[in-house]
Design a protein around this ligand. Sequence first.
Ligand SMILES: [Zn+2]
Ligand SMILES: [Zn+2]
Length: 231
Amino acid sequence: MLKTIGERLFGGSCFLCRGKADALLCAPCDADLPRISSGPDAERCPRCALASPAGALCGRCLSQPPAYDATQAALDYAFPADVLIQALKFRGELALAPFLGELLSKSISDAKVDCIVPVPLSAQRLRERGYNQSLEIARGLSARSGARLAPELCERVRDTPAQMDLSIPERARNVGKAFHCPRMLGGRSIAVVDDVMTTGATLDEIAATLKRAGAARVVNWVVARTAPSHA
Ligand SMILES: [Zn+2]
Ligand SMILES: [Zn+2]
């Protein structure tokens, strides 16, 4: 008998509750994911994806516009989305990458980009972890959107301390001039893929780097967005 993908990868049990499942998650756990509604009635700032009444541009984006033009996020960074993202990032559960990539691709309303660029890890972190979770998520997005996966367009030029260990002002300083784009992008439209967007400082710096290289438009595609209280 043919097995479903969920049975082949996870022995037919839900990744979260271990109950019977024919996909990575059982139906109740899947329904528990804190999905962010997209579309015209979304109560999110279109630029940074934080909650904003009637989907208007938020105060922070109005007063200090970030270098990126838009952000699309699939989930709020809350239980059980945080469990999935941490398992992919820290426990090598790479089978979660296509699952999260598919969730993200379903939440993207404007998929017309030329290239998809995953947020790069430092060389040291890549050695320690053995993979870049954002690149793994981006693979499926490239296959589904038809845009070229182009990790070479953004290099991390110096190793930076992990953002999680730093305060917000430290995070902003920490990412300053941390990235480099080795090509001219001649008006291209780029999607930058990350697993979690917290302060947005890293994505702001990457968007600024890509725009200095000539990108016309830079959008963030992130699996999960933290609420301001986490930031
Ligand atoms: Zn379950
Ligand atoms: Zn905003």
